[in-house]
Design a protein around this ligand. Sequence first.
Ligand code: S3P
Length: 172
Amino acid sequence: IAPSIRERSIVLVGLMGSGKSTIGRRLAQRLKMPFADADDEIEHAAGMTISDIFARFGEAHFRDGERRVIARLLAGRPHVLATGGGAFINDETRALILKDSLCIWLDADISTLVERVGRRSHRPLLKDRDPGEVLRELAAVRNPIYAEAHIRVSSASNPHEHTVRAILEALA
Ligand code: S3P
């Protein structure tokens, strides 16, 4: 891995269930970089869960907080950063990520994503909906946008270690 890789943040984008948080944490360990999870940072900053933010203030408010949290993390020292699935879809947030990081799309097929999010999800977008149906709809809209990421890596193969290795190879 070239030392210059650690000079900017590495941002993981992709749909719910693509493994952003798990893979990001392991990648950070390998690269000896700090790790941050944007969803956790938002919950911490707001003092409430993402479900509560959606329920009480709505998605637009959440997207605004998400953009501010990601801007703050990208302005600090380089991190490996896992984002929530919708972050990169927001035009302003995507522009920030593309400008200030090396960003990687973790791409997986719908059945793998469904398996990983499970039948009961804490995620507000999956609440009371069939996860497969939601993920198919989101993939149709979002995949062309995720494709703007600098690098695309398949995260469909298990275990996640395979994907971590594929990312390290792509960075080498
Ligand atoms: C969202 C994905 C979630 C979380 C929020 C909205 C989305 O993150 O940010 O529920 O719009 O796809 P994960 O991708 O980590 O599940």
